[in-house]
Design a protein around this ligand. Structure first.
Ligand code: SF4
Length: 423
């Protein structure tokens, strides 16, 4: 039975960043940030296009100098996605970015501290209906809050920082707000967002900051964000990886698709972990298939299985799959064997049939294979029986191993008795 339930979302207000809705039940969006000099608008635009192609819905660029604001003036009208200007320390850069036409600002309350400046930026943003992200960062908390919380970064201190900023904004009637409370510690990040979600209904931007390079950075960010998303918390996400930002956009998109929080756009490749029964190098074939599908926009679940004994059954929910057996590949659609191909054509066949199913549907694919299905079923049965004959039902020798474990755990006397009996 197909299990397709996603996670209930927390009710939040909705803002729009350019033409992209955030919060209020809108699809959760993926963000990333350029690493080019914003003043180099051509290089920055190239990166923005690459990020959008990889799945970013919104892109942030630093606005750290007047030349960056001028770059934004050239970037914004040509960008395929809304642009957020990232502002630290200099409130004047925020005013310049607004003048450049950005779709959103990110202010760090830890380092733009003068309430007069904060309110001025909020008033200017309000006039233009431009939202602002309050981007609290555990590494740059306001010194007064450090002092108040015993010189430590705590969830409470991060939430209080966000609330202080909200209060400044609301004083001038500004409520186009989204908030983040990121830390590099996963438990701290999770707890800060949980507490924040209790006290506000503004939409939340999730992230684990400075997560580091993949794969550990991806794991840390996923642990933090997936936990919160599963609790319904989070309206937009960003992976902060020490890597090409395209990896951030891809990871964001994949996380949301995997959790059923965004409609699938790319292939979902599932593959067995391999075992003693495998008749092919599953790792190599899965990798080859992953590369061959690449950026193809085929929203199907495709399986690569190492043997025909368990493969088609274990992957019966996949739209399409291939299982190895006796130097050939057994192609199956929705769990039904449809044809047999030589081992070196397995990946090419998968691609061809995935494209066919994507265009015509699974039933059309089964009809297409009507003349080869019975022969394919027989061939799969033969290879299955051959595999079982050679390797037995217990390809990993589990039964013998279990018997040894049981023997090892018996009291000494009992073992001696067993041995005596055997003799
Ligand atoms: S039994 Fe077959 S399908 Fe399952 S892990 Fe082993 S090789 Fe893969």
């Amino acid at each position: 039975m197909e299990f397709n339930q996603s996670f209930p979302r927390r009710d939040t207000r909705q803002i729009t960043v350019g033409d992209v809705a955030v919060g209020g039940g809108a699809p959760i969006t993926v963000q990333s940030m350029t690493v080019t000099k914003t003043a180099d608008h051509e290089a920055t635009l190239r990166q923005i296009y690459a990020l959008a192609a990889a799945g970013a819905d919104i892109v942030r660029c630093t606005c750290n100098e007047p030349a960056a604001a001028e770059g934004l003036a050239r970037i914004v009208p040509r960008s395929p996605v809304p642009i957020v200007a990232d502002i630290h320390h200099q409130y004047l850069r925020a005013l310049e970015a607004l003048e450049a036409g950005v779709h959103c600002l990110r202010l760090n309350p830890g380092n733009i501290r003068n309430p007069k400046h904060i309110k001025l930026v909020a008033s200017e943003a309000l006039d233009r209906r431009v939202p602002i992200r309050i981007g609290v960062n555990g590494g740059s908390l306001h010194p007064d809050l450090y002092a108040k919380y015993g010189g430590k970064v705590t969830p409470e201190a991060m939430v209080e920082s966000a609330q202080q900023e909200i209060a400044y904004f609301e004083e001038v009637g500004f409520d186009l707000i989204k908030i983040s409370v990121k830390a590099s510690s996963v438990p701290l990040t999770i707890e800060a967002y949980r507490q924040l979600a209790e006290v506000t209904d503004y939409p939340l931007h999730l992230g684990v900051t400075e997560a580091g390079p993949p794969p550990i950075g991806t794991l840390k960010a996923t642990a933090g964000m997936a936990t919160l998303l599963a609790e319904g918390i989070g309206d937009t996400i960003r992976y902060s990886l020490t890597a090409d930002p395209v990896e951030e956009a891809k990871a964001g998109r994949q996380l949301l698709e995997t959790m059923g929080l965004r409609e699938r756009k790319n292939v979902d490749l599932i593959a067995c972990p391999s075992c003693g029964r495998a008749e092919v190098d599953v790792f190599a074939i899965a990798q080859e298939a992953m590369e061959a599908f690449g950026e193809k926009k085929i929203p199907l679940q495709v399986a690569v299985m190492g043997c025909v004994v368990n493969g088609p059954g274990e992957a019966r929910d996949a739209d399409l799959g291939i299982a190895a057996g006796n130097k050939r590949g057994h192609l199956f659609v929705k769990g039904q064997n449809v044809m047999v191909v030589p081992e070196d054509e397995m990946v090419a066949t998968l691609i061809e049939w995935a494209e066919y199913i994507h265009t015509h549907g699974a039933q059309a694919a089964l009809d297409r294979a009507s003349s080869t299905r019975s022969a394919a079923r027989r061939a799969a049965a033969q290879d299955r029986d051959r595999n079982l004959d050679q390797r037995g039902e217990d390809a990993n020798n589990a039964e013998a191993t279990i018997a040894n474990i049981r023997l090892a755990s018996k009291p000494r006397d009992e073992k001696r008795r067993d041995n005596t009996e055997e003799c």
